[in-house]
Design a protein around this ligand. Structure first.
Ligand SMILES: Cc1ncc(COP(=O)(O)O)c(C=O)c1O
Length: 349
C-alpha cells in the first residue's frame, strides 16, 4: 500500500457520506430494512442459534443458490457478503492483479494489503467507461471487475467479459448489483467456465447490509482454493437461512419486480438531472445509482448537505475527481427532492 491516505480513500464508502437526519442518496441499498417475510424467516431461525451451523443448512443454502443460477451445489461457496469474497482473493496467490476502474475499491484494498502487485486498468470516460478487454495486461493472472459497475452504473456485455478468460487466469466478476437489472441479461452467474468466479450479494436488493450475506459461484477446485484459510463455521445460521430464502421463486419474482420498477424510476431521475444545465449523467445507466459530473463538485456536495441531502463523493474512486458524485435512485417523490436540491445548488452558482 503506497500510503495511509491512499488506503483511507479506498476504504471510503457511501455509509460515511450519509448521516443522521440527511436524506440518503449516498448508500445504494434498496430498503431500509429487510421485508417482513424475510425478517420472519430470520426470526424463526433464531432458535437454531443454539447449535453450530450445520452441514445440512449449508447444503440447503448452496442448493437454493445453485438452482437459482442453474449450477451445482458444489459450485457455490457461501460468504459473509461479497466483501468476504474480495478478502479471500489473496488465497489464490495471484502474481499480478488487474483491477478495472473506476470501480468498487475493496478488492484493490484487500489485494494490496496482502502484498499482491496491482495494475489499475482505467476505463475511458469519453466512451462512458465501457469495458475494453484489450486494455487488461496480458500477464495479469487475476482480473477483477464489477457488473453492473459501481459507481459508473455501466453494464458490460457478458461477451466482452468472457474475452478476459485465459488458461492460468482467474476473472472475478462482482455481481453485487446484478439482481437490480431486469432479467440479468449480462450476468455470468450461470456460466461454469474454468477460471470464472462470480460474486453475488444479498445486501442491496434485500436491505441486509448488517447481516453480511452473499456467495461465490465457480469451479469447485477454485472455490476450495479461495476458502483455504477460512475459519471453521465461516458463515452463520442466519446467513444460511437468508440465502435459502432469497433464492426461492417468490423472492426471485419480488426481486424482478423491484428491478423493473427501479428501471423506470432511474430513467425519470436521469432525465431530470440531465436537464439541469452543467450536470452530466453517465449513460446508459443500468444499476440503482447514477454517476454525475457537476461543475464545482465540492461546492455542490456541500450545498446539498446544507439542504439535508447526502450524496456519495466520487473522488475516492480511482480515475474520478471531485466533480463526480454518485446518487442512489429512490422512489419518484424522494428523487424529486434530489432534483430540486441539485437544481437549486447548481443554478445558484
Ligand atoms: C460493487 C459492490 N460490490 C460489493 C459490495 C459489498 O457487498 P456485500 O455487502 O455483499 O459485502 C458493495 C457494497 O457496497 C458494492 O458496492
Amino acid at each position: 500500500m503506497s500510503s495511509g491516505h491512499d488506503r483511507e480513500l479506498l476504504r471510503h464508502h457511501g455509509d460515511v457520506d450519509a448521516g443522521p437526519g440527511l436524506l440518503d442518496f449516498a448508500v445504494n441499498v434498496r430498503l431500509d430494512r429487510p421485508p417482513t417475510w424475510l425478517r420472519d424467516r430470520l426470526a424463526a431461525a433464531l432458535d437454531r442459534l443454539g447449535r453450530y451451523p450445520s452441514a445440512a443448512d449449508d447444503l440447503a443454502a448452496r442448493t437454493a443458490a445453485a438452482a437459482r443460477h442453474g449450477r451445482d451445489a458444489d459450485e457455490v461457496l457461501l460468504l459473509a457478503g461479497a466483501a468476504e469474497g474480495f478478502a479471500l482473493l489473496p488465497s489464490l496467490r495471484p502474481r499480478l492483479a488487474a483491477l478495472v476502474h473506476p470501480s468498487f475499491t475493496e478488492p484493490e484494498l484487500a489485494l494490496r494489503t496482502a502484498g499482491v502487485e496491482v495494475a489499475r486498468v482505467q476505463l475511458n470516460p469519453r466512451d462512458g467507461y465501457r469495458l475494453d478487454a484489450a486494455a487488461v495486461p496480458e500477464q495479469a493472472d487475476l482480473v477483477v471487475l464489477g457488473n453492473p459497475t459501481n459507481p459508473t452504473s455501466v453494464l458490460h456485455p457478458a461477451a466482452e467479459i468472457r474475452k478476459l478468460l485465459r488458461p492460468g487466469r482467474v476473472v472475478v466478476v462482482d455481481e453485487a448489483f446484478a439482481d437490480t437489472v431486469p432479467g440479468e441479461p449480462e450476468s455470468l452467474a450461470g456460466f461454469g467456465e474454468p477460471g470464472l468466479l462470480v460474486l453475488r450479494s444479498l445486501t442491496k436488493m434485500w436491505g441486509l447490509p448488517g447481516l453480511r450475506a452473499g456467495y461465490a459461484l465457480g469451479d469447485p477446485g477454485l472455490l476450495a482454493e479461495l476458502a483455504r484459510n477460512r475459519p471453521h463455521w465461516p458463515v452463520n445460521t442466519l446467513v444460511l437461512e437468508a440465502v435459502a430464502a432469497c433464492c426461492e421463486p417468490a423472492a426471485l419474482a419480488e426481486s424482478e419486480q423491484a428491478a423493473a420498477q427501479l428501471q423506470e424510476h432511474r430513467a425519470a431521475l436521469a432525465g431530470a438531472l440531465a436537464g439541469i444545465p452543467g450536470v452530466r449523467v453517465n449513460s446508459p445507466a443500468r444499476a440503482p445509482f447514477l454517476l454525475l459530473e457537476v461543475p464545482d463538485g465540492e461546492r455542490v456536495r456541500a450545498g446539498l448537505r446544507e439542504r439535508g441531502v447526502a450524496v456519495r463523493r466520487g473522488d475516492t474512486f480511482p480515475g474520478l475527481g471531485a466533480d463526480h458524485l454518485r446518487v442512489a435512485v429512490r422512489d419518484p417523490e424522494t428523487n424529486a427532492l434530489l432534483v430540486k436540491a441539485v437544481r437549486d445548488v447548481v443554478e445558484r452558482g
